[in-house]
Design a protein around this ligand. Structure first.
Ligand SMILES: [Zn+2]
Length: 199
């Protein structure tokens, strides 16, 4: 998808958005009857609407939350043990759960995937990934010790010097972008918040 497709508003943008809407809801979550995708009255895009009870199922982007854990100048990466991208390196991150904040989710994922004891720092990257309907948010984090205890989603968790980062074996573009910003900011001696769109 061309990045320009995500910009702008109006009929063309609405049409494009409708085309990339994931058509994943085939049955009503309330009564189980089949759904049809059509635009409800006074709406501008198609929704899964129950053919029996009329419930409209809205689908919206999901938040992925994670951290850039650092210990003595090294960055923590996890080798993924699950699809997608099994066998590739990632920063600890995962889908935000209901009832938690973005910061809580980032801390939870870091504990679950790496077993790292961290002090969460400020928000660092906000990365839109519209072609998969996700927003990825990464926080800076300081590890209190080098102790790690990876969970079942992780084959191996380890600390990398900048020169050791396996750039060609990273799991996701958002991980690549976040690490690039991290090392660039560290060279500058000043960390900011980076917002970007990932095509
Ligand atoms: Zn229904």
């Amino acid at each position: 998808m061309h990045p320009a497709a995500h910009r702008g508003v109006g009929p063309a943008a609405t049409l494009r958005a409708a085309m990339i809407t994931p058509r994943s809801i085939r049955h009503c979550r309330v009564c189980g009857a089949p759904t049809d995708y059509r635009a409800p009255p006074e709406d501008n895009r198609e929704r899964a609407i129950c053919s029996a009870c009329g419930t409209i199922h809205y689908e919206n982007p999901l938040n992925v939350v994670g951290t850039v854990p650092v210990f003595e100048g090294k960055v923590l990466l996890c080798l993924r043990n699950i699809e997608p991208r099994k066998g590739f390196w990632t920063l600890p991150a995962g889908f935000m759960e209901l009832g938690e904040t973005t910061a809580q989710g980032a801390g939870r994922e870091t504990l679950e995937e790496a077993g790292a004891d961290i002090e969460l720092g400020p928000l660092f990257t906000v990365l839109n990934v519209p072609h998969v309907g996700q927003v990825h948010l990464y926080y800076l984090a300081q590890m209190r010790s080098a102790a790690l205890d990876p969970g079942p989603e992780t084959i191996e968790a380890r600390l990398f010097d900048e020169s050791e980062v396996p750039w060609g074996e990273l799991a996701f573009k958002t991980v690549h972008a976040t690490l690039e910003h991290f090392f660039a900011d560290r060279r500058r001696g000043q960390f900011g918040v980076h917002c970007a769109d990932i095509a």
